[in-house]
Design a protein around this ligand. Structure first.
Ligand SMILES: [Zn+2]
Length: 427
């Protein structure tokens, strides 16, 4: 069967009863995941046995007979959990995939319930609304903000700070475009400027993600939260009351809005780059290495921890790894080439004479001023031209691609632990 090649996400409008049931199911899925993962680790460490999908499926059937709360969850969703865990293990063992060892899911995480494609059906109500039939729940409305445009292969209902959404993995069968023959460029993804394209004269910056009044409201809510926590500690033994929960939910709503705007900017940027360029050169950065070393170790505490933490935050906000992932599949889609070039000294290399000298960057802030030929430019623009030149030399083939075939990701499959943090028995 042809796989899903696109993702679609819509806002779900469920009744209070349906939402309560979905919340319960979300926690059930999380518990099942943790149990299945624990079972796998235990079986391996204690008996040297590797459990697979089939043997865990048998255990799942037993659990459904014995536990009411597991039986309440739709059977297909429970199977999806085991299937996702199996895929998470496969990704972990795959040397071309960046996934770490599967991690346990904490209580505060985003709730989600998955269904295979054949368990759901969708019907359109009118131009703006459609509904989806979920097992045991019946028809649930969602806002049809764009056409589904293909066959649904899987569905995931999830809750974030802004309420419930449904996302579909869709098979569209769209063929990649032929090479588009558009101009070549190099892009420097910076911390100060969001992106500098070598063919442009100004940097592309991310617009403010919260308005002035939203920022003020966030500050107000944070203060209220602190006050309510103090109150809870004094009078309720630290137990969270309804007002405090409401404040936390309101903060989460604003933060989600901010994250959505950031993601929107990143998507528009990468689509624009891929559609309008025949080749795009980017730096082959290892995000983990850039953001890793804020704290240092106990024996050797790192200097400037606060500053580095701030830099980490802004690097992750600007999300170079995510941009690269998007560029990889969008370039393939729109007939463009992506070239990841070594990032070695791009910011110290003169785009005019090619001399590498750290002196060229000294004492001039965001400016680049070559000490050999006198060439002057914005430092990021200078770097983007150097990146373009390096990309031309490598001929525009993607190097060191970490997930070149993955276009639709299942959130549950991403572990945060690295291969190094793996329990010794698995090594
Ligand atoms: Zn020069």
């Amino acid at each position: 069967m042809s796989k899903a090649d696109r993702g679609r996400r819509y806002r779900l409008y469920a009744t209070v009863e349906v939402e309560a049931r979905l919340t319960a199911w979300g926690h059930t899925c999380r518990a099942l995941w943790n149990m299945a993962l624990h079972q796998r680790i235990y079986a391996y460490e204690q008996r040297g046995k590797t459990l697979n999908l089939a043997s865990q499926g048998v255990h799942l059937t037993q659990a459904r007979c014995e536990l009411d709360w597991v039986a309440d969850l739709a059977a297909q969703s429970a199977q999806q959990v085991v299937r996702h865990l199996d895929a998470a293990y496969a990704n972990f063992w795959n040397p071309d995939h960046s996934a770490g060892f599967p991690s346990f899911k904490k209580r505060g995480r985003r709730l989600s319930v998955s269904f295979p494609g054949q368990a759901v059906s969708v019907r359109k109500l009118n131009r703006h609304w459609a509904e989806v039939r979920l097992p045991k729940l019946g028809w649930v409305k969602f806002r049809l903000s764009r056409a589904v445009g293909g066959t649904i292969r899987n569905a995931t209902v999830s809750r974030d700070g802004n309420g419930w959404h449904i996302s579909f993995g869709v098979h569209t069968g769209r063929k990649p475009d032929a090479p588009n023959g558009k101009p070549e460029c190099g892009v420097d993804f910076g911390v100060a400027a969001s992106a500098y394209v070598s063919t442009e004269t100004t940097a592309r910056r991310m617009p403010p993600t919260l308005t002035k009044s939203e920022k003020a409201r966030l500050r107000f809510l944070e203060q209220r939260k602190a006050r309510q926590i103090t109150y809870a500690k004094k009078h309720a033994g630290g137990r969270y009351g309804n007002r405090l929960r409401k404040t936390i939910a309101q903060i989460a709503g604003l933060k989600t809005r901010q994250a959505n705007r950031r993601a929107d900017f990143t998507h528009k940027l990468t689509t624009d780059l891929a559609k309008n360029h025949g080749m795009i050169g980017i730096e082959d950065l290892r995000v983990k290495n850039m953001t890793k070393s804020a704290k240092g170790t106990i024996e050797r505490p790192a200097a400037k921890v606060r500053q580095k933490a701030g830099l980490n935050r802004s690097i992750l906000d600007n999300a170079p790894g995510e941009r690269r992932r998007q560029l990889e599949y969008k370039c393939r889609m729109y007939g463009s080439k992506l070239a990841a070039v070594p990032a070695f000294h791009t910011s110290q290399t003169c785009a005019a004479c090619g001399k590498v000298d750290p002196e060229s960057r000294q004492g001039c802030g965001r400016m680049f001023s070559c000490v050999h030929c006198g060439h002057e430019d914005d430092a990021d623009h200078n770097a983007s031209i150097e990146i373009e030149a390096r990309a031309r030399r490598t001929g525009g083939s993607v190097t060191n691609s970490t997930r070149s075939t993955c276009t639709v990701r299942v959130p549950a499959q991403r572990g945060r632990r690295t291969r190094e943090a793996l329990p010794a028995a698995h090594g």
